[in-house]
Design a protein around this ligand. Structure first.
Ligand code: SAM
Ligand code: SF4
Ligand code: SF4
Length: 338
């Protein structure tokens, strides 16, 4: 097992399989234009699989496909088939906006995908269109119906933004309960890409819990999943839900997550401004040992605690100005995955 400078193991790898997306969520891709990764730089499935094999050899046993929108990547089930062959991986999951889940869920499940998380911020069609610039609530909800059948125990992720969708917290809890999914409310983060972020728009975990307790009655703490970012709770009827307090109470001390962009850059934190290019050695003929040494060297030197460091910043504004983002797509949330 490889440990970083805070003794955090490398256990969890998030694979961004594309930086493209069919939505333009206001907290992630609010701008009109984006600089995309050059197509020829995007790793092939064989290249991804080789890197995953090396990460798995170093102790990674949780893999999550993300993006951009992972379901835009052509023939994704073939990648899942390859990744599912790494038998020590105990969790193979995907985070998606759900739009294309209806047509792909069965093939992904057959290929070996175990779990899905669908992002859903509103149940109101006009609001969905306003929040994402696309009139896609109907297909998203159809995707969630499919997820409920194909991936029982699926999760829903909701980014809560004051004045935008915070009046739907209770409706979304009802919705998740009806569909047999576990909902997690995520505090709005000032990550790269969130160019419209303001502190006033963050609805804290405490406030989220208060609103749920007001509607459903006393909330009890529930068991936490190991190294998972969500604090879990139960409604009086036992229904579980989670809150990810990434902004007001970050969980950097337990963070075992590495992120690999679609073009093979390794990031050790959502807030990191620099990553390690693994594509160049991969395509330059480096041996497994050489690439493994690069990954190990980066992880053992890791001292990231990005969200905790942000707590100390007075007068917080968006992390990265638009002009800088436009020159470097790697700084975007949609490039390195959530
Ligand atoms: N497109 C897929 C989706 O939306 O589920 C996967 C990629 S998306 C970048 C992964 C997660 O990051 C989503 O659940 C999204 O809500 C979350 N996210 C993006 N920007 C965020 C922000 N500023 N604050 C909190 N969460 C954010
Ligand atoms: Fe929204 Fe996910 Fe696309 Fe970002 S990557 S714009 S969160 S759907
Ligand atoms: Fe991990 Fe960085 Fe997020 Fe902290 S801010 S939990 S170190 S990814």
């Amino acid at each position: 097992m490889v440990l970083d400078t805070f003794q955090r193991p490398l256990r969890n790898l998030r694979l961004s399989v594309t930086d493209r997306c069919n939505l333009r969520c206001q907290y992630c891709m609010p701008e009109a234009e984006y600089a995309w990764l050059p197509k020829q730089d995007v790793l092939t499935f064989e290249e991804i699989d080789r890197l995953v094999g090396l990460f798995v050899g170093l102790g990674v046993d949780k893999l999550r496909l993300t993006g951009g929108e992972p379901l835009l990547r052509t023939n994704l089930p073939a990648l899942v088939t390859a990744l599912a062959r790494h038998t020590t991986v105990r969790d193979l999951a995907m985070t998606t906006n759900g739009i294309l889940l209806g047509p792909f869920a069965a093939a992904l499940n057959a290929a070996g995908l175990k779990r899905v998380t669908v992002s859903l911020d509103t149940l109101q069609r006009e609001r969905f269109t306003k929040m994402t610039r696309q009139d896609e609530l109907v297909r998203t909800l159809a995707g969630i119906d499919t997820a409920a059948q194909t991936f029982p125990g699926f999760k829903l992720d909701t980014v809560v933004i004051r004045g935008v969708n915070d009046d739907e917290i209770v409706d979304l809890v009802h919705f998740a309960r009806r569909h047999g999914g576990e909902i997690r409310f995520i505090e709005y983060m000032d990550v790269g890409g969130a160019t419209g972020w303001t502190a006033a728009q963050v609805v804290s975990r405490a406030e989220i819990l208060e609103r749920i307790a007001d509607a459903f009655g006393p909330i009890a703490p529930a068991e936490k999943e190991t190294a998972a970012p969500a604090d879990r709770f139960r409604l009086p009827d036992g229904t579980p839900f989670g809150v990810i307090a990434s902004t007001t109470a970050p969980f950097c001390r337990d963070c075992d997550r590495a992120r690999l962009t679609a073009d093979g850059v390794l990031y050790t934190c959502l807030y990191a401004t620099r990553g390690l290019d693994l594509r160049a050695p991969l395509r330059g003929g480096a041996s497994d040992d050489e690439i493994r040494a690069l990954i190990t060297g980066t992880w053992t030197a890791r001292a990231d605690r990005g969200a905790e460091m942000r707590l100390g910043v007075p007068d917080r504004r968006p992390l990265i100005p638009v002009s800088t983002l436009k020159r470097n797509p790697h700084l975007e949330m949609h490039t390195r995955g959530g």
